[in-house]
Design a protein around this ligand. Structure first.
Ligand code: KIV
Ligand code: ZN
Length: 561
C-alpha cells in the first residue's frame, strides 16, 4: 500500500446542499421493495441459476411479499427469456405482483425484451445507460449530450413498442447507471430528458432509479445526492425515486437507510446481499432494521431460516454466520456476562408479558426477539472457556433443570471453564452436565455410601450408615437434630476431619414416577475452606447424604482432570 495514498486516491467531493433535510428526519413507513435477486443477484453467481432454481426462488420471493420482482435480462440470455415466458405462460405471477426486466438502450435488445413480456399483466421495463465521467470518457467516448441522446432513444424505442403490450400495465424505470459517481446536475438533466420522452403523469409516474452502482463515498454523500435530485428534478411528483445500492465500502445498508431519509420511496436489493463484487443491498437487513424500530416492513420474514435455506439451495451461496438477523451465530452468546444479562433480560421480558401486556422489547444483547424470525436463542447457546458462571448455570438450568445455588455457581463456573479450555472447543449442554456429574455427583472416592438408615426419637434423629472407604467397609452411627446433622456427627466421630454444613438446598429434578431429587450442600472445614457437594437420588434424604459425601470427598481429593 502507498504511504502517500493521496497521490493515487482523492476524497469524494461534497454535494452542495445547504440546509439538507435528511439528517433531521425519522423513518415511519416502509418503502416499496423490489427484489433484483433473479437478475443482479443471478448475474453475479459463479454458476447462474437454472430455470427450476429461478422458479423456486421466485416463489419464495412472492411468499415473502415482494410486489415488484426483477426477473431477468431477457435479451441477454435464453435461460432468462425462457424463465420469463414460463412465469407468464404458466400463470405463476400473482395478480398483485409486477415483474421487471432490465435492458440496455439498444433497439434489438429492446425488441426482444418487449417480446418476452407479451401476456404479462403488469410489468416494468427497466432501461439503463451509464452516465459517470469515467464511463462516458473511457468506455463510450461520448459527450454528455450524446449520452443523453442514448437514453432518449432507448425510451422512444420502448414507447414505440407499447402497442405490442396493449393488454399489460407497463411502467418505465430508468437508471442512470453509476449515478453516485455522476455529477448530480448531469443525472438530473438525463432523467429530465427521459421524462420528456416518456411523458409520465402523477397517476402513471416513471420510476427513476438512482444507483450506487459502485459505492464510492460515505452514506451521507449518497443521501445528499438523493435529496439534491429530489429538490431539483422538474415534475418530481411524476416520478418514484428508487435507490439501488451496492456494498463496495461495506455501507450499502446505511446508504439505503439515509437515502430513505432523503426521500427515496423505493428500494432495490437482494436477499442477504447477494450480488456483483461485495454484493447488492441486503433487503432483509433493511426490512428488519425497520421492524426493530416498530415499523411493519410489509415483508414476511417470520421463518428466516427456511428463506435462507431456499436462497442457499438456489444460488449456491452461503449466508455468513455473522450476517445480521439470518446468520447462524447472531443469536448465540459466547461471553458469560452477555449470557447472564440475556438470561435476566429474558426472564424480565417473560414476567412483563404475564399480565397480557405487550411491553417494548428490551433484552440486553438481543436487538430483536429471535422468536419473531422463527429462531431461538435457546437452540444456539453454547459454553466456551470465556463463558462466565452465569452462562454455565443458565445452560444447566435450561437444559436439565439443575438450579445451582449462586455460591456454587462461583465454584463450578471456573472448574467448567478450565475443563472447556483444556478441550479447546465449545461444549454443549450434555457435556457440561457430564462435567458437573464427574465433579460432584459421581464423587464416590474415597467414601462411598452403601446404606443409610435413620431412627427418629422425639426431636432427635439417630442414623447408621454403611460406607466403604477405598473398598474397605465401615459401619458408622451418629445423632443429631436431623438426618444431615446425625450423618455429619457419625462421620466426624469416625475420624473424618471436622467440618460443618453451612448451606443446603434441594429441588426435584424432572417430574413423574422416575423423578429424582438433587441436593446441594456446602461444608466448611476447620481450615476455613468452603466446598460444595451434590447428590442425586429418588429419595430426597439420601440425595442430601450423598451431597455431604460428595463435599467431603472433594475436600480430600485433588481437582479432577
Ligand atoms: O448497479 C447498478 O447500477 C445496476 C443498474 C443496472 C441499475 O444494477
Ligand atoms: Zn446493481
Amino acid at each position: 500500500m502507498l504511504k502517500a495514498a493521496a497521490s493515487k486516491y482523492r476524497p469524494f467531493p461534497q454535494i452542495q446542499l445547504p440546509e439538507r433535510q435528511w439528517p433531521g428526519r425519522v423513518l415511519s413507513a416502509p418503502p416499496t421493495w423490489c427484489s433484483v435477486d433473479l437478475r443482479d443477484g443471478n448475474q453475479a453467481l459463479a454458476v447462474p441459476m437454472n430455470v427450476s432454481q429461478k422458479l423456486e426462488l421466485f416463489d419464495a420471493l412472492v411468499r415473502c411479499g415482494f410486489k415488484e420482482i426483477e426477473v431477468g435480462f431477457p435479451s441477454a440470455s435464453n435461460t432468462e427469456f425462457t424463465f420469463i415466458r414460463r412465469l407468464i405462460e404458466e400463470g405463476r405471477i400473482p395478480d398483485d405482483v409486477t415483474i421487471q426486466v432490465l435492458v440496455q438502450a439498444r433497439e434489438d435488445l429492446i425488441d426482444r425484451t418487449v417480446h418476452s413480456l407479451i401476456g404479462a399483466k403488469r410489468s416494468i421495463i427497466h432501461l439503463y445507460n451509464s452516465t459517470s465521467p469515467a464511463q462516458r470518457r473511457v468506455v463510450f467516448g461520448l459527450s454528455q449530450p450524446e449520452i443523453i441522446e442514448v437514453a432518449r432513444r432507448g425510451t422512444r424505442w420502448i414507447k414505440d413498442r407499447l402497442p405490442l403490450l396493449s393488454e399489460s400495465q407497463v411502467r418505465l424505470e430508468y437508471s442512470p447507471e453509476s449515478f453516485s459517481a455522476t455529477e448530480v446536475e448531469f443525472s438530473c438533466d438525463i432523467c429530465t430528458a427521459v421524462m420528456e420522452v416518456w411523458q409520465p403523469t402523477v397517476e402513471h409516474p416513471i420510476i427513476l432509479n438512482l444507483p450506487d452502482t459502485v459505492e464510492v463515498a460515505m452514506p451521507n454523500v449518497y443521501a445528499d445526492q438523493i435529496e439534491w435530485m429530489i429538490r431539483h428534478l422538474p415534475h418530481r411528483d411524476r416520478a418514484i425515486i428508487s435507490v439501488h445500492t451496492h456494498n463496495d465500502r461495506g455501507t450499502g445498508v446505511a446508504a439505503t437507510e439515509l437515502a430513505l431519509l432523503a426521500g427515496a420511496e423505493r428500494v432495490e436489493g437482494t436477499l442477504f446481499g447477494n450480488g456483483e463484487r461485495t454484493g447488492n443491498l441486503d433487503l432483509v437487513t433493511v426490512a428488519l432494521n425497520l421492524y426493530m424500530h416498530g415499523i411493519d416492513p410489509g415483508l414476511e420474514l417470520g421463518d428466516i431460516s427456511s428463506l435462507r435455506d431456499v436462497y442457499e439451495r438456489c444460488t449456491g451461496m452461503t449466508v455468513p454466520p455473522r450476517q445480521p438477523y439470518a446468520g447462524e451465530l447472531v443469536f448465540t452468546a459466547f461471553s458469560g456476562s452477555h449470557q447472564d444479562a440475556i438470561k435476566k433480560g429474558l426472564q424480565a421480558w417473560e414476567k412483563s408479558t404475564e399480565s397480557g401486556a405487550t411491553p417494548n422489547w428490551d433484552v440486553p444483547y438481543l436487538a430483536i426477539d429471535p422468536a419473531d424470525l422463527g429462531r431461538e436463542y435457546r437452540e444456539v447457546i453454547r459454553v466456551n472457556s470465556q463463558s462466565g458462571k452465569g452462562g454455565v448455570a443458565y445452560l444447566l438450568e435450561r437444559e436439565f433443570g439443575i438450579e445451582l445455588p449462586k455460591e456454587m455457581q462461583r465454584e463450578f463456573g471456573p472448574i467448567a471453564n478450565d475443563a472447556v479450555d483444556r478441550l479447546g472447543r465449545e461444549v454443549r449442554g450434555e457435556e457440561l452436565r457430564a462435567m458437573f456429574w464427574r465433579e460432584y455427583v459421581e464423587r464416590t472416592s474415597p467414601w462411598k455410601l452403601d446404606e443409610f438408615h435413620v431412627e427418629r426419637k422425639g426431636g432427635a434423629v439417630a442414623c447408621s450408615a454403611h460406607l466403604r472407604q477405598n473398598g474397605i467397609s465401615h459401619q458408622i452411627s451418629g445423632e443429631g437434630n436431623g438426618p444431615i446433622a446425625s450423618f455429619v456427627h457419625a462421620l466426624v466421630r469416625h475420624g473424618v476431619p471436622r467440618f460443618e454444613v453451612v448451606d443446603y438446598r434441594e429441588h426435584a429434578l424432572g417430574a413423574g414416577e422416575g423423578a429424582s431429587a438433587i441436593a446441594y450442600i456446602q461444608i466448611r472445614l476447620a481450615d476455613g475452606r468452603a466446598l460444595w457437594g451434590a447428590g442425586v437420588d429418588t429419595n430426597m434424604e439420601l440425595a442430601s447424604i450423598q451431597a455431604i459425601l460428595s463435599a467431603v470427598n472433594r475436600s480430600e481429593a485433588r481437582p479432577l482432570k
